[in-house]
Design a protein around this ligand. Structure first.
Ligand SMILES: NC(=O)c1ccc[n+]([C@@H]2O[C@H](COP(=O)([O-])OP(=O)(O)OC[C@H]3O[C@@H](n4cnc5c(N)ncnc54)[C@H](O)[C@@H]3O)[C@@H](O)[C@H]2O)c1
Length: 340
């Protein structure tokens, strides 16, 4: 009996679907089994010969991760625009017996990124773990956010990931050994008012990680891993430390740093901190009004601690920068105290 071309295509599609379902089931069982294994049984990365570059290394999370990785014998390279903070962070790592090198680099300047990457290669060696951690937030309503701040948010929070990855990934692929880590945010999975540019850039960072991972898999590069970490608001860093949160407590920076290090050590693909907020994936099935009710009430003011005072703000109110700075700081403190 002869089958037509159309019948052949239908049979082939059914067989494809069945084999996809079979392989997927095996992969799900494997993932569940691996997820249930105690941590002590899981394979851990050895940091002994790793050179770890952390962008935004002078900031709260970057600095803590640097110290923790230095204790695990990794060689640390820190990048930041803040020279004083950078020097302090490098000394901190060296103070605990770690090896650390600091480079001033402005991530909004692509040429500076490439130039500094070459310098790191010559001075320290081939970076094997890249942690794209630097981040910035404008913390204003969209219509109050000047264009240059929106541009800066995207430059630091996502475009810089392209430049750093293009600088370090080729050597990782060549040696089939490396790890690209993206420090995104829970704001990369769900929107937050006053953080429109920040959220959009973090959604992009999450997409960057996922598509890069797929691309590496498609290319058959098995030795280069990617991880994306998405924390909720964190206390005591330079960013959102005074944010008052309802329902969900803000995170301790040391806890976040521990989870980042563990994610790299176990080569996890995606980590949400705290894990139970993974429930927010229900946003795809719940009515928008439920998500909106939750998100509108979870934080009243997500503006960064020291929201910048811009010349246009000064002009608007005819006040000096000093007056505006003092007032912004005072209003912010009063607001936080009232909330508490
Ligand atoms: N703090 C939080 O609540 C929170 C929550 C979720 C995600 N995150 C993310 O974690 C990462 C680290 O944040 P953090 O809390 O440590 O903030 P932080 O402000 O303490 O550190 C950020 C660092 O990035 C550096 N940086 C900014 N612009 C730069 C540029 N152009 N070039 C080079 N360096 C630059 C800053 O100087 C600073 O040292 C960020 O990506 C942030 O978005 C933070």
């Amino acid at each position: 009996m002869e089958i037509t071309k159309m019948e052949f295509n239908v049979i082939k599609s059914i067989l494809d679907l069945l084999s996809f379902l079979f392989v997927s089931t095996l992969l799900v069982i494997k993932a569940i089994f691996y997820g249930c294994l105690p941590k002590s049984y899981k394979k851990k990365k050895n940091f002994e010969n790793e050179i770890v570059l952390i962008t935004g290394g002078a900031g709260g999370i970057g600095r803590l991760v640097a110290s923790k990785l230095a204790k695990l014998n990794a060689k640390i390279v820190l990048w930041d625009v803040d020279s004083a903070g950078l020097e302090d962070a490098v000394n901190q790592v060296r103070g605990i017996g770690g090896k650390a090198y600091g480079y001033k680099c402005d991530l909004t300047d692509r040429e500076d990124v490439y130039k500094t990457a070459t310098k790191v290669y010559e001075d320290v060696g081939q970076v094997t773990i890249l942690i794209n951690n630097a981040g910035i937030a404008s913390g204003r309503l969209l219509l109050d956010t000047p264009d240059h701040l929106i541009q800066r948010t995207f430059d630091v929070n996502v475009l810089a990931h392209f430049w750093t990855t293009k600088a370090f990934l080729p050597k990782m692929i060549e040696s089939n050994h490396g790890h690209i880590v993206t420090i995104a945010s829970l704001a990369g999975h769900i929107g937050v008012h006053k953080l429109v540019d920040y959220c959009a850039s973090k959604f992009a960072a999450v997409g960057f990680d996922e598509s890069l991972r797929l691309e590496l898999e498609k290319l058959g590069v098995e030795g280069v891993k990617t991880t994306v970490v998405s924390p909720y608001f964190v206390q005591a860093t330079g960013m959102f430390n005074d944010v008052v949160s309802r329902f969900v407590p803000t995170l301790k920076s040391a806890q976040v740093a521990d989870e980042i290090v563990e994610a790299i050590e176990l080569e996890k693909l995606s980590v949400i901190i705290p894990g139970y907020l993974g429930i927010l994936c229900l946003k795809w099935v719940l009515p928008w009004s439920v998500i909106s009710l939750f998100m509108r009430n979870i934080v009243n003011n997500p503006a960064p601690t020291h929201a910048e005072v811009l010349p246009e703000d000064k002009r608007k109110e005819g006040k000096t920068t000093f007056q505006r700075n003092a007032e912004t700081e005072l209003n912010h403190r009063v607001h936080v105290t009232e909330k508490r």
